[in-house]
Design a protein around this ligand. Structure first.
Ligand code: CTP
Ligand code: CA
Length: 223
């Protein structure tokens, strides 16, 4: 019922989001991934929908139900997420990148299960190559969506977040302290934009998401 009475701040807008972890193969039975639960991204998808937006959610593996009225597409690797996002980006008004995307993928993925007793007898050696930066790429699109990034940091939040916002060329970056949010139900967000630093009050993830959607709606240029 509360959802029904949310102001329709994003009516007529198409919001594209990424959420959850990506997962990169090591061999046929092993992956490299991270501890993103997807809760923040899913809460934002729900809040955007409540605010009247059409919502497309590109998601890594999570245990969460897709919010009602949200169109979702499941992906595994960063490259799959990249391709799915690029296919929808031109049509989106707002892109919110919440996914914890693996920065690197294994270059020498083994076609067979790695054995404990390898040929040399030692630990396996993994080579890495960089994954595409989905957010930075969308931010560079001509006539692309208005972009929001997330930065989960374990230290020096303001310093890293400001640098990240500039590097990715995005109008709004949302920072939080990673060890406080991974898998937690509450969150403390700090907004970084052209005007400076704006800490939001600590809140449950859904309330924080509704507040953030209101902050986004207030900043995104009119159609
Ligand atoms: N992001 C993305 N594609 C990537 C890496 C990150 O879209 N390959 C997005 C994330 O979804 C997030 C933002 O970029 O919105 C910041 O991600 P983060 O990992 O904090 O930044 P990086 O630029 O990867 O820097 P680092 O991991 O070194 O802090
Ligand atoms: Ca990263």
């Amino acid at each position: 019922l509360i959802a029904f009475f949310q102001p329709k701040l994003l009516a007529g807008r198409h919001v594209l989001l990424t959420a959850g972890p990506t997962s990169e193969p090591v061999d046929p039975v092993r992956v490299l991934s991270n501890r993103s639960s997807g809760k923040t991204g899913y809460a934002l998808a729900r809040a955007a929908r409540e605010a009247g937006a059409r919502v497309t959610l590109i998601t890594g593996a999570t245990f969460l139900p897709v919010p009602r009225g949200v169109t979702s597409l499941s992906v595994t690797t960063a490259r799959q997420m990249h391709d799915a996002v690029m296919a929808s980006a031109a049509d989106a008004d707002i892109f919110i990148a919440v996914a914890a995307v693996a920065d690197w993928r294994v270059k020498n993925v083994s076609t067979q299960k790695l054995k404990k007793t390898s040929e040399g007898g030692g630990a396996p050696v993994m080579e890495f190559e960089p994954n595409p930066d989905i957010l930075a790429e969308v931010a560079k699109l001509a006539n692309g969506p208005w972009c929001v990034g997330f930065a989960a940091e374990t230290e020096k939040l303001a310093e890293h977040a400001e640098a990240k916002r500039a590097r990715k060329g995005i109008p709004l970056l949302v920072g939080n302290l990673a060890h406080k949010v991974m898998d937690a139900d509450t969150t403390e967000l700090v907004l970084f934009d052209e005007q400076g630093v704006h800490p939001l009050p600590a809140a449950g993830k859904l309330d924080a998401a509704r507040r953030l959607i209101a902050e986004i709606a207030a900043r995104v240029p009119g159609k």
